[in-house]
Design a protein around this ligand. Structure first.
Ligand code: FAD
Ligand code: SIN
Length: 527
């Protein structure tokens, strides 16, 4: 099938939906998502969204906190723009129907605090903020007559001049996007979606690693598509590991224990129940995430254990049951009463700070292709994202991209010369085991060699092992009918390759990139 729209959106999380709502008055919008509409990281967000709402806080403080967490390599202009725009974007979310908790007589938002924040500035809905945002946005999207939302449509590749028979390399000037090819997971047909402008809002890539808080749809598809289309990517060495995922080895994705709990007074403790953060940072359990995750990793290695603890008992029974009802119920299900017991935790891959390089309008290096949300790299996060700045970045850049795209569609035509996908000569892949086993191997090698602490040798080893996995999978791809599983595996491999490549190129320890062979200024320290 061939479809034509003004605005094509890939992804139905906070970035894709808030963009769709903004452009909808100006043309026909189609939103594709590969699973059910609500499935994505957005619905799992717990802590909330950071914004300066009252005079007790200031833009300068939020800017400073973001720059400090980013370890000195954020784009300052982007930080300032994002943080100053935040209150307007929050007001719009409320207008779309999103409810944030309020305090007192209900005239003020109730604000939480998280690691790296010098003030209480996190708007939230209990401890399930993302689910509330996703609900509000989806309901608004369903009400809009110009938006069609299509579930179980897997975008495979961005369409560029390459598909018109031209040679496209990373040096080709003026690469253009004409839309995407997408697999209809219900019919197994590959459809052609042509659009005047396309937005990628495909989320993160946590599934490159064995243990992750991100849902199964987070397989870096947008980044991999832009890589194949020869677009510019950046900062992928900065994979953020959240310090406190619930230790429950059989569970995938790992359940998150929000940092807001530490903001409310919960304390990290070692395997014997002793505090340890004083050895690492004066901000203790509320230090930025890269520091806390490394400290936990180190303590686990020293003690030879696979988890530590978060002690939330000091928050009190009422504070826990009313403020963190989702976490309370989840832990109770597993026999952990958090009003009496410490919570077993360990770090998990959580957020990709890098991604598709975009300008302040959210436009990528490929013309007419925008990106917003976790798949993009705006420069806001630098070496390490400040907690709750991700949902904020997504709404700010969805807005900026929408403003630019609305102007762009006025002068742009659909490219009708695009051919349909050619699936001739492919045989059905019946060796599912090859895909599942390769995925597991990939995740383990990334966890073991390209995790919280890296070294030159580990990165080299990961690169060599990945090369073999890459060749085997390309061989399978070249002779198989394309499936969602195979496509995701190829995308995960591409993301792993990019993470390793960028990690090897980064010759200093900064933010989330930490190697035992490097020091801060880039001088090698031999051990
Ligand atoms: P997502 O919400 O992940 O949505 C991605 C969409 O893309 C989905 O609809 C998916 O189906 C679609 N998609 C992907 N690939 C394809 C494809 N090939 N074809 C078609 N569709 C595709 N950040 C904060 O700021 N505050 C928090 O409190 C917070 N808590 C978090 C808690 C957890 C457990 C996790 C995992 C993350 C948290 N984050 C938080 C990070 C934040 O939630 C995410 O970065 C953000 O929600 C990403 O939104 P998004 O719109 O970019 O992508
Ligand atoms: C959390 O609630 O701890 C997650 C917040 C975030 O990832 O920004």
């Amino acid at each position: 099938m061939r479809y034509e729209v003004d605005f094509l959106v890939i992804g139905s999380g906070i970035a894709g939906l808030s963009y769709a709502l903004k452009v909808a008055p100006y043309g026909k919008v189609c939103v594709l998502c590969k699973g059910e509409a609500a499935e994505g990281s957005t619905r799992y967000a717990q802590g909330g969204i950071a914004a300066v709402m009252y005079d007790s806080d200031s833009f300068d403080k939020h800017i400073q906190d973001t720059l400090v967490a980013g370890d000195g390599i954020c784009d300052r202009e982007v930080v300032e723009m994002t943080i100053r725009e935040a209150p307007d974007r929050i007001k719009e979310l409320v207008q779309y129907g999103v409810n944030f908790d309020r305090s007192g007589a209900g005239d003020r938002f109730d604000l939480h605090r998280e690691g790296g924040h010098s003030e209480f500035r996190i708007l939230h809905h209990k401890d399930n903020t993302g689910a509330e945002i996703e609900r509000g946005l989806l309901e608004a999207v369903h009400r809009h007559p110009n938006i069609e939302l299509k579930e179980h449509q897997f975008a495979i590749d961005i369409i560029t001049q390459h598909h018109l028979g031209q040679r496209v390399t990373k040096h080709t000037p003026d690469i253009e996007c004409y839309g995407v090819y997408a697999l209809d997971c219900r019919t197994n047909q590959i459809d052609t979606y042509l659009a005047k402008v396309t937005l990628l809002a495909t989320g993160g890539m946590g599934n490159v690693y064995t243990t992750t808080t991100t849902p199964i749809v987070s397989t870096g598809d947008g980044v991999a598509m832009v890589h194949r289309a020869r677009g510019v990517l950046s900062d992928l060495e900065f994979m953020q590991f959240h310090p406190t995922s619930l230790y429950n080895p059989a569970e995938k994705p790992a359940f998150l224990i929000t940092e807001a709990m530490r903001g409310a007074g919960a304390i990290l403790k070692d395997f014997n129940g002793n505090e340890f953060m004083q050895k690492y940072d004066s901000r203790l359990s509320l230090a930025p995430r890269d520091i806390v995750a490394r400290a936990i990793d180190n303590e686990m290695k020293i003690a030879g254990v696979d988890h530590l603890y978060l002690d939330a008992r000091g928050i009190g029974r009422d504070g826990l049951i009313n403020g963190f009802p989702t976490i309370y119920a989840k832990c109770l299900e597993l026999g952990i009463n958090i009003t009496k017991d410490m919570i077993p935790i360990r770090p998990a891959a959580h957020y990709q700070c890098g991604g598709i390089k975009v300008d302040k309008n959210g436009e990528s290096s490929i013309h007419h292709l925008y990106a917003a949300g976790e798949c993009s790299c705006t420069g806001l996060h630098g070496g390490n994202r400040l907690a709750s700045n991700s949902l904020l970045e997504a709404v700010v850049y969805a807005h900026n991209a929408a403003m630019s795209a609305i102007e762009r569609v006025k002068t742009r035509e659909i490219c009708h010369a695009v051919p349909d996908w050619n699936a001739e000569g492919m045989v059905l892949n019946e060796e599912m085991v090859l895909i599942t086993q390769t995925k597991r191997e990939l995740q383990e090698l990334m966890w073991n060699y390209v995790g919280i602490v890296r070294s030159d040798l580990r990165l080299q080893r990961a690169f060599d092992r990945l090369n073999l996995i890459f060749r085997e999978t390309e061989d399978l791809y070249n002779r198989s009918v394309l499936t969602e599983e195979l496509s995701e595996l190829r995308n995960l491999i591409a993301c792993a390759y990019l993470i390793i490549k960028m990690a090897r190129a980064r010759r200093e320890n900064v933010g989330l990139h930490y190697s035992i062979d490097l020091v801060r200024d880039g001088d090698p320290r031999r051990r």
